[in-house]
Design a protein. Structure first.
Length: 241
């Protein structure tokens, strides 16, 4: 069997396994342990699996999801972001990790700001985050959840790159326009859309050239965010089959 036929045979076998699994899910109650999975979500995932979506999605993330995120980011910067300026990741932590790599901050990098809720991650990466003024530091960091009072400081920081972490607030009910500079790097989580562990997602948004370097590290880290998680986010955002 040549390589082309081998790949085709494996793909068909995976599709058949998916159909068998989906048939079992459809008949079962939509539960996993103590977690209630909405029936509509199961139906949506079933539809896409049976349509043959058993492969990796676009590596930067599904275009529809990147469009949604880009539009919502207009609440933080002057204008909405283009989908090519958005990268979907497996979690907010991964989004921060690959952003640090893309900015060449590992190991031993420095940023202006406070470590906040990601202190352990920065300590593990060997990145120093402090409020000490140092003209050699080229990155400012702000967590919007914990440090909203420091937004003006963040805007006026005289650095090459600014990183804003918005946590799970991208689709929050009380999102206020922040009016950040258009070149701000924005990192966040999409996990709060469903609030179901196992469908976690994060994102990074930055100018396209800078994001290209971040994306290369993302692909080395985990290739791409899982299709079911991205479909779940789109389902929650109203994208129905």
């Amino acid at each position: 069997m040549n390589n082309v036929n081998k790949v085709s045979t494996v793909a068909e076998a995976l599709s058949e396994r998916a159909k068998i699994a989906v048939a079992g899910w459809s008949e079962a109650t939509c539960k996993s342990g103590d977690i209630q999975i909405p029936k509509g979500l199961v139906e949506s995932l079933t539809y896409h699996l049976l349509k043959g979506e058993t492969h990796y999605p676009d590596r930067p993330g599904m275009s529809e999801l990147r469009e949604h995120v880009g539009r919502e980011l207009g609440n933080y910067v002057d204008i909405p972001r283009d989908p090519n300026e958005v990268l979907i990741t497996a979690s907010e932590g991964e989004a921060i990790f690959v952003t640090m790599l893309g900015l060449d901050l590992l190991p031993g990098g420095q940023m202006l700001g406070e470590k906040g809720q990601h202190k352990e991650l920065f300590d593990w990466m060997g990145i120093e985050v402090s409020q000490r003024v140092d003209t050699s530091v080229s990155v400012a960091y702000l967590e919007l959840d914990e440090q909203r009072s420091r937004v003006e400081w963040f805007k006026n920081s005289n650095v090459d790159n600014k990183i804003l972490t918005v946590g799970g607030n991208l689709y929050g009910k009380n999102v206020e326009a922040v009016g950040l500079p258009s070149d701000t790097i924005i990192v966040g989580s999409l996990s709060s859309l469903l609030g179901i562990h196992g469908f976690d997602l994060g994102f990074v948004s930055a100018e396209a050239t800078l994001l290209k370097g971040v994306t290369a590290w993302k692909q080395a880290s985990s290739i791409c965010a899982p299709s079911p998680s991205q479909r779940a986010a789109l389902w929650k955002l109203g994208e129905k089959p």
